[in-house]
Write a protein that binds this ligand. Structure first.
Ligand SMILES: Cc1ncc(C[n+]2csc(CCOP(=O)(O)OP(=O)(O)O)c2C)c(N)n1
Ligand SMILES: [Mg+2]
Length: 326
């Protein structure tokens, strides 16, 4: 019989959040291993270190809400509801992938789960998000769209245009800048006119704030009220989340532009360790439980990888399917 939990949160809620964050990390580690083994090629950007943002935001949403993102989006797609088998098969270029293996790492997409990509053009998702916001409002729905972008993307011109239209037309777009400190190898401070990226909202009179992205509870508690307010009265919001990617920009980047000390400082506030400690302190789980769950997740991933391995490649005859030009 488990001890009585000492937290205001439901035990099952916290357990599933923790498992989802561990799943995200182990998934990305496995993706990296598969890449190193030569199971697939091309671009591949991992989200390791940013799990509290992904899960914290997702838990504040409901299934009918939309999400759109950049290319660091494997685990965002899974959190939004997409089958990890479809995501891994997509990475491997197989027919069971979410877009039949033709998109790869940067093009996760699901109409069913309202995950609208996966975009490789930095900032390219921001005007699309404004368009979806317009559609939501036009249809008189109280859904919202979350538009993730990076600290690098927030210096792109199309982002400013998207902010302007979203503000002018009061569109329900929650722009979330995942400030992981770098755009490829460039420290955001070297290329950005403001010290705080939330200030990007000021020129457009958009409500804004910042939150610590290394802590699930902080993200979740911060985003919930923002979303609730947006549903009642549609208008955009700009949230800057302070986070960090532990790995290089992509799997082929050794990240020599930053110090080991800097990485260690963020890892000392690791979002999974922090939530694990909270679970133990509030008697939701024991150290043993955490280890068991980790093992279960690794076993689950072995099955998922076997599925993606076994999935066939698209037939050559499919080459021109879904291509609009003659
Ligand atoms: C329009 C455009 N310019 C440049 C690139 C090359 N590029 C790919 S990722 C990237 C950095 C973006 O950094 P950020 O927005 O901070 O996202 P992060 O990789 O940190 O998640 C750049 C410049 C691109 N894909 N698209
Ligand atoms: Mg960045």
């Amino acid at each position: 019989m488990a001890a009585e939990a000492k937290t205001k949160y439901d035990r099952d809620f916290l357990t599933s959040v923790y498992k989802e964050m561990v799943f995200g990390r182990r998934f990305e580690e496995r993706v990296n291993q598969a890449y190193q083994k030569g199971k697939f090629a091309g671009f591949c950007h991992l989200h390791i270190g940013q799990e509290a943002v992904c899960v914290g935001v997702q838990r504040a949403l409901r299934p009918t809400d939309y999400m759109i993102s950049g290319y660091r989006s494997h685990t965002q797609a899974i959190s939004k509801g997409m089958d990890p088998k479809a995501v891994l098969s997509e990475l491997f270029g197989k027919v069971d992938g979410c877009v039949r293996g033709k998109g790869g790492s940067m093009h996760m997409f699901s109409k069913e789960y309202r995950f609208l990509g996966g975009h490789g053009i930095v900032g390219g998702q921001t005007p699309i998000a404004a368009g979806v916001g317009f559609a939501i409002k036009y249809d008189k729905k109280d859904d919202i769209i979350v538009c993730y972008l990076g600290d690098g993307a927030c210096n792109q011109g199309q982002f400013f245009e998207a902010l302007n239209m979203a503000a002018t037309w009061n569109l329900p777009v929650l722009f979330i800048i995942e400030n992981n400190q770098y755009g490829m190898g460039t420290d955001f401070r070297r290329v950005t006119s403001v010290d705080r990226l939330s200030k990007r909202a000021l020129a457009f009179d958009i409500d804004n704030s910042e939150v610590d992205g290394m802590d699930f509870l902080k993200v979740y508690e911060h985003v919930g009220p923002i979303v609730a307010k947006m549903r009642k009265k549609p208008k955009p919001y700009l949230l800057e989340v302070h986070t960090y990617r532990y790995r290089g920009h992509s799997v082929s980047d050794p990240a020599a532009y930053r110090t080991k000390d800097e990485v260690a400082q963020f890892q000392a506030r690791d979002p999974i360790t922090t939530l694990g400690e909270y679970l133990k302190k509030s008697k939701v789980a024991t150290e043993e439980d955490l280890k068991t769950w980790d093992k279960e997740i690794k076993d689950q991933l072995t099955e998922i990888e076997a599925f993606a391995d076994a999935s066939p490649k698209p037939a050559l005859s499919e080459l021109w399917d879904n291509v609009f030009a003659d």
